[in-house]
Design a protein around this ligand. Structure first.
Ligand code: NI
Length: 237
């Protein structure tokens, strides 16, 4: 009886959770990267050279409860955070994505990384807050935690974001359009909000049907390459 129960069909959330918890094989492919000049990354200005191995994490997928929690403020900015940030950046690049919030790798802390492809390289923001927003901007958005799907979503066009870098320095950024969109999307992750919650009722229903259909057909639900999104050149955040 127990055996049968154990083999019984699980709900779709349970299946999603199970698959989301499986680490990428690449976790074991730890990169021993010698960062010759960490300052170049814009992430570790002035910090000592380091030789910590960099790991990538499995990206948690829709259905995983960690994506629905409000992440906690970070109280101490220490070396461990620097290492976590480096791993998050590596995970983001591998996905590939242009933004990644800590809850997306199962860490319930208010932190996200991003790289919008400008000269500044990857950045991390700790305890971000959007203090002002203005205007409206329509943009097609994808999410690494809802792989392969994307929707046109209207959000404020400009935002004023404050927070801290990983050295504990205050950050204040006026962001417009694309960068503003990345900030809003990642901040949503820290509040347990997903792209799906930004859709109108009918679109959301359809999205849920698609996601359930994928699980029951055994299709790929883990994070990683998103052919559909890439073909359409939609950034995943
Ligand atoms: Ni996302």
């Amino acid at each position: 009886m127990d055996r049968i129960r154990r083999l019984g069909v699980k709900g779709d959330e349970a299946l999603l959770v199970t698959s989301a918890l499986v680490f990428h094989g690449s976790l074991l492919a730890v990169l021993h990267r010698l960062t010759t000049s960490p300052g170049d990354t814009g992430i570790f200005p002035g910090s000592p050279h380091y030789t910590e191995p960099v790991s990538t994490y499995a990206i948690r997928i829709f259905g995983d409860p960690v994506l629905r929690q409000r992440a906690a403020e970070i109280e101490n900015v220490d070396g461990r955070l620097a290492h976590l940030v480096q791993d998050m950046i590596e995970t983001m690049y591998e996905a590939p994505g242009v933004g990644l919030a800590a809850p997306q790798i199962g860490v319930e802390r208010r932190l996200f990384v991003y790289d919008v492809g400008d000269d500044e390289g990857p950045k991390a923001i700790v305890n971000p807050v959007i203090s002002e927003s203005r205007g409206e901007w329509e943009f097609e958005e994808g999410c690494l935690s809802v792989p392969g799907l994307h929707w046109t979503i209207v959000r404020p066009k400009e935002v004023h974001l404050t927070g801290f870098d990983i050295d504990g320095n205050e950050i204040s950024i006026e962001a417009d359009e694309y960068l503003a969109r990345v900030f809003q999307h990642e901040l949503d992750h820290l509040d347990g909000v997903l792209l799906l919650d930004r859709l109108d009722k009918d679109t959301r229903k359809e999205a849920m049907r698609t996601l359930r259909g994928r699980v029951f057909s055994g299709a790929e639900v883990r994070g990683g390459a998103q052919p559909g999104a890439l073909e359409r050149d939609t950034p995943a955040l």
